[in-house]
Structures are given as C-alpha cells and as structure tokens.
Design a protein around this ligand. Structure first.
Ligand code: CA
Length: 233
C-alpha cells in the first residue's frame, strides 16, 4: 500500500497530470476540485500528504491550510501559479511544508512528495543500520562477519557457512555441504603451500630476523600482517 496523497486542485488538466505521476510512482492519490470537498475527505480518510492549490474557487489555499492545521499536522505542499504567492508561503507561518510553482514537471512533484514524507518520518526503515547486510564475507581473509561482528569459526564451520553464503536463498543438501567443506581442492594442496610459506619466511628472516609478518591461521591458512612489522633495530 502506497502513501495516500490528497490533491486539492481545481484545474482538471493539472489534477490529471498529478494523479498520473503520483500513482505511477506507487502513491495512492485522490483528487478533490474544491476546498470544501478536500476538507471533508481529509476528515474522513487517512491522508499522508496534501498537495494544495493556492487558487481554489471556493476558498484560498492559504485559508484552507490554516483550517487544516487546527486539527491535523499532515504535511502540506502548495501549488502556486504566481511567484508573488511564494513570498506569502515562505514569509507567513501558515504551516506549509513545501511549495511548487506552476508550471512544474510531474516528476518534480513526485520527488518533492517523497522528500517531504521522508522528513516527516525520520525513523522509517530506510536508516543506515538496516542497509548494512547481515553477513559480510571477506573471502580473501577467509572470515565472515555477522551483524557487524567477526565470527570465530573452525575451518569446517567456515567452509560450510561460506558455501551457504555463496548461494543465498538456496538449499544446499548435506551432500553438497560435505563436498564444499571436505573436498575443498585447496585442502589437498596444504602441504605444498606449507613448504612454500616456509621458504618465504626463511628469506624474510634473513633480512629482519625479529619479524614474522606471515601469520599462520590453524586449519585455515595464512595471512600477511603489515601492521605487525616492528621497526628495524
Ligand atoms: Ca487553481
């Protein structure tokens, strides 16, 4: 269900353009051509935002805005045909949230409406904390973060969880998980890698004997820790 927008505008062509633009963007838009009708709709229906024309035939948009403010804090965006009216909207404290000067593009209206609704609901579920993924997989360092904390996993726990993360929303059978963890092709190369690491360490120690920047992670592999380097004596 989209946010509910009430349009109070007496010119059908403008109202049609607004209705089309807003419903295309997923809003639920309702149109009233008179201030009187808009007021009664507002009192009987839930409305998230009002788009209000300043120049209405039965009452000025300014006056209607004041009357709405007596019972509702619903966001109000004015449509105005004349630049002089902008001064009144900005200068007088009539409780408007925004205004658009005619002629306007429907796209501009949709963008403004969305911005006003965002401001009106600062705690809506668009905050950064919810944008952070639940899992973060650092494949290079073979570690997995869950809810912003690094997990301490055994080799097999890591291989199983990373296999699952590679196929989100997919069911991996017990056989498939066994393959991912136990038939890891890298596993059979462990001894070969160990030999090469030993050789590299020997060469590094010849240059700086007190330092060993290569860290062995038991059951997982190795990493190089540049921050661990000690200043040469
Ligand atoms: Ca008008």
């Amino acid at each position: 269900m989209g946010d509910k927008i009430l349009i109070i505008e007496d010119e059908p062509a403008i109202a049609d353009a607004l209705l089309y633009a807003l419903t295309t963007e997923g809003f639920e838009a309702h149109w009233c051509g008179l201030a009187r009708d808009g007021m009664s709709w507002l009192k009987q229906n839930p409305v998230d935002l009002v788009v209000l024309d300043v120049g209405l035939p039965d009452e000025s948009g300014f006056e209607l805005c004041r009357r709405i403010r007596q019972f509702s804090a619903v966001p109000i965006m004015f449509l105005t045909a004349r630049k002089e009216e902008v001064d009144r909207i900005v200068g007088l404290e009539i409780g408007a949230d925004d205004y658009v000067v005619k002629p306007f593009s429907p796209r501009e209206i949709s963008a403004r409406v969305r911005a006003i609704l965002r401001r009106a609901r600062p705690s809506a579920p668009t905050s950064d904390s919810l944008m952070e993924p639940l899992f973060a997989h650092d494949e290079e360092r073979k570690r997995i973060r869950y809810h912003q904390q690094w997990l301490e996993l055994t080799r097999y726990e890591y291989l199983i969880l990373s296999a699952l993360l590679r196929h989100p929303e997919h069911i991996l059978s017990r056989d498939q998980l066994m393959d991912a963890a136990w038939n890891d092709p890298a596993a059979s190369l462990d001894r070969v890698i160990d030999t090469h690491i030993k050789g590299i360490r020997t060469k590094l120690k010849k240059i700086l004997p007190s330092n060993d920047p290569i860290v062995t992670h038991r059951g997982l592999g190795y990493s190089i820790e540049l921050s661990r380097s000690e200043p040469a004596a």
